[in-house]
Design a binder for this molecule. Structure first.
Ligand SMILES: [Zn+2]
Length: 486
């Protein structure tokens, strides 16, 4: 009996790192009952690595299967990847394609949304920025002035001076986050599932941003003294630029709030499952649940994401739940890049797919010549398209172009600015609290030649234009900057 090809849903829990989840062995992990239940029905990939440390390049990779070195879309520039997205391919194959995203980057006209016939963002998002954002616009102009050398010198020597700015910024950011992270997107997704023409298979791509900073305190938040509480709310770039502030930030308390935010993303996965059950689609749906990058809380000087290549940022959760009746292993322990996602989607659609099988190599693709079993993550400060971090704190690793590679029980980073190669042994995780052992001489040369050179040779993609060169709606650009992408 031939049945309808399976529906394919990709869920990105933006900013959720693997090490904060029980399934990936996190200590005092976030409560994620929905993910835990799904793991019992699917395959847990225990060594999944994001292709880049921030949203835009990582989504391009998930949607096209190409590493950032190939698609070249590292910045928030408009353009099209040299490879077609899986959504466009599925659309041609007769699938209905839909994008439901709380994350504005996916709906900002960068090209990421182009393969989807239905695009749904929060009603209060991009298209509907209203007058009440006006004070925020002026606060952003203030931000630029706060980046001047003299301002940073003063803020660095008297950190409490940062508090009034942080207080204003935090109020605006949290108001925005409350508006976009409610139940609107899962509800609209549910309504769509219940009313669409179910004779046609669908592909939906979802992004929930609950785990993105800023973090909202709740009644059971740890009581913090006045200054630490405000230091925990400082915008990312200032935590990067002012090591004094970083040293005073109560990271442990912040991680607890982050874990609460992960639980709220997990709850939305539950709403999705309810909607799939109600619309009788659940049995014929393949689910891929992951994140586009992790989130760091001071590890090796890295803050949130978009900087550094610590495991906190590079390693992401990854669950694959096949349609009912499809066999699958419980866990997969090989290194897995999110670049594999489009191949899996194709595999589910055309029915020739073994969950967890290593990627097939025909030899015709540039990436087929990367060393077998090795995965990469670009850890450049690439989200700094306003160049506000450029040239600042040049000694700190978070501000270097780092390329991370994992193979077997080893992790290396190549600092593309200095040529330095560092090595970690991976015992479950590479230790984020140490900068890695520098390799010298022949050892460095051999890792560079065998591991990094094949990736560096891939540099074939176009260079996306930077944000300031964009025709993107000004209000959207400002909103993106306010999230720290400045
Ligand atoms: Zn992201």
């Amino acid at each position: 009996m031939s049945r309808k090809p399976p529906n394919i849903i990709v869920v990105v829990l933006d900013c959720v790192r693997a090490k904060s989840l029980r399934l990936w062995g996190g200590d005092s992990p976030a409560q994620t009952p929905q993910l835990d239940a799904l793991a019992r029905r699917g395959t847990t990939f225990r060594r999944a690595v994001a292709p880049a440390n921030w949203t835009v390049p990582s989504h391009w990779s998930m949607m096209t299967g190409a590493y950032p070195a190939v698609h070249g879309m590292r910045l928030a520039g408009q353009g099209s990847s040299p490879r077609e997205s899986i959504a466009a391919e599925l659309g041609r194959a007769g699938y209905e394609t839909a994008l439901f995203s709380e994350q504005e980057f996916l709906l900002a006209g960068l090209g990421l949304e182009s393969g989807y016939s239905l695009k749904v963002g929060p009603a209060t998002g991009a298209g509907a920025i209203t007058e009440d954002h006006a004070p925020h616009r002026s606060s952003l102009r203030g931000t630029d002035r706060l980046y001047s050398d003299w301002a940073l010198r003063i803020l660095g020597s008297v950190p409490p001076l940062m508090v009034p700015f942080t207080a204003f910024d935090y109020r605006v950011q949290t108001a925005y986050k409350r508006r976009i992270c409610g139940d609107e997107i899962p509800q609209r997704l549910g309504a769509w599932l219940r009313t669409r023409d179910s004779s046609r298979p669908f592909h939906a791509f979802l992004n929930f941003v609950d785990a993105h900073e800023p973090y909202l305190s709740s009644s059971d938040s740890e009581p913090l003294r006045f200054l630490p509480r405000w230091y925990a709310r400082t915008p990312r770039n200032f935590l990067l630029l002012l090591p004094g502030l970083r040293a005073r930030t109560p990271w442990t308390a912040l991680v607890k709030e982050y874990h609460r935010a992960i639980s709220s993303a997990d709850r939305k996965v539950g709403l999705l499952m309810e909607a799939l059950t109600e619309s009788h689609e659940i049995e014929n749906t393949a689910l891929i649940i992951t994140s586009d990058h992790g989130q760091a809380f001071g590890e090796d000087g890295t803050v949130f994401h978009g900087n550094g290549a610590t495991d906190a940022v590079t390693r992401v959760p990854l669950l694959v739940v096949p349609p009912e009746g499809h066999s699958h292993p419980e866990t997969i322990d090989r290194w897995t890049s999110l670049c594999e996602v489009p191949a899996w989607v194709r595999g589910f659609v055309y029915g020739n797919f073994e969950v967890g099988a290593p990627p097939q190599r025909a030899g015709s693709d540039a990436q087929d010549h990367l060393p077998q079993g090795t995965v990469y993550c670009e850890g450049s400060p690439a989200s700094d398209f306003g160049k506000l971090l450029r040239g600042r704190r040049p000694g700190e690793r978070w501000n270097h172009r780092l390329l991370a590679a994992y193979h077997g029980n080893e992790k290396w980073t190549l600092d593309q600015d200095t040529g330095e190669v560092a090595h970690w042994e991976v015992n479950g995780w590479a230790d984020d609290s140490v900068p890695g052992t520098p390799l010298e001489g022949a050892a460095a040369r051999s890792v560079r030649g065998a591991i990094f050179a094949p990736y560096e040779k891939l540099q074939v993609g176009p260079k996306a234009s930077t944000l300031d060169a964009l025709a993107m709606e000004a209000a959207v650009a400002e909103r993106l900057r306010s999230w720290g992408y400045d």
